[in-house]
Design a protein around this ligand. Structure first.
Ligand SMILES: [Zn+2]
Ligand SMILES: [Zn+2]
Length: 230
């Protein structure tokens, strides 16, 4: 880590309260991250169109309430342990996924037709509301991802390192892509289990007061990505 960027934040993390594939509760997660010396964690559970464990048949408000529980539980523990907890989610379009930052529960409650929006409209609505989109693991190859879709500058940042990628080349391609398009970069662990905390993250020169500060730093290239060496 560069000494100018001492504050490490997790940008991609799932709780078992909300994500069907995650094995640790928000409380277990936050305790592990605090112990590992992180300054903060952005909770990015799988949204309703991803691997989310919330009953799709419930009314929208009930679904949103349940969706926010992972973050809310994390926040309570974070406040106690002095580790910042911010809210986000991982939106899924046919296996192509977008970490969505900077929006809140109210945005979700106000948009009960969100799942019917075409993808481009989702991008536009997120941006209108001052949200920020990071293309998660854009070059990951796995059975649930039928094709690689790229969106150039429609997206605000590229996840250039994801610890959940099976092969390093998927990360290398993401970094080359971000550099080619001059897109901001994030790195994250894609945590589903804290027993083997991957320890990835994005570093900042200051403690972040809000998710908006996170966005501002990433957008302006004022954050630092550490790429683990082999
Ligand atoms: Zn998952
Ligand atoms: Zn994820």
């Amino acid at each position: 880590m560069y000494s100018a960027f001492p504050y490490k934040y997790e940008t991609h993390c799932h709780t078992s309260e909300v994500s069907a594939c995650a094995s640790n509760t928000a409380e277990e997660i936050v305790k592990s991250y605090a112990k590992a010396g992180y300054s903060g964690v952005i909770i990015t559970d799988h949204f309703f169109n991803g691997n989310c464990n919330i009953d799709a048949a419930l009314p929208w408000k009930d679904k949103v309430d349940l969706f926010c529980i992972g973050y809310e539980n994390a926040k309570k523990v974070g406040d106690r342990l002095n580790i910042d907890i911010f809210f986000g989610w991982e939106y899924n379009y046919k296996g192509t996924e977008f970490l969505t930052y900077g929006l809140d529960k109210k945005f979700l409650l106000d948009n009960p037709d969100l799942l019917e929006w075409p993808l481009e409209l989702y991008f536009d609505k997120v941006h209108e509301a001052n949200g920020f989109l990071t293309h998660a693991h854009p070059f990951r190859e796995r059975s649930y991802i039928k094709k690689i879709r790229l969106f150039g500058k429609k997206i605000d940042a590229i996840e250039v390192f994801n610890s959940g990628n099976d092969k390093q080349i998927f990360n290398e391609r993401a970094l080359a892509y971000a550099q080619e398009f001059g897109l901001p970069q994030t790195a994250g662990s894609d945590t589903h289990n804290v027993e083997n905390l991957a320890g990835q993250g994005t570093y900042f020169p200051e403690r972040l007061k809000s998710i908006n500060e996170f966005i501002k730093y990433v957008k302006n290239g004022k954050s630092y990505i550490s790429i683990p060496e082999d």
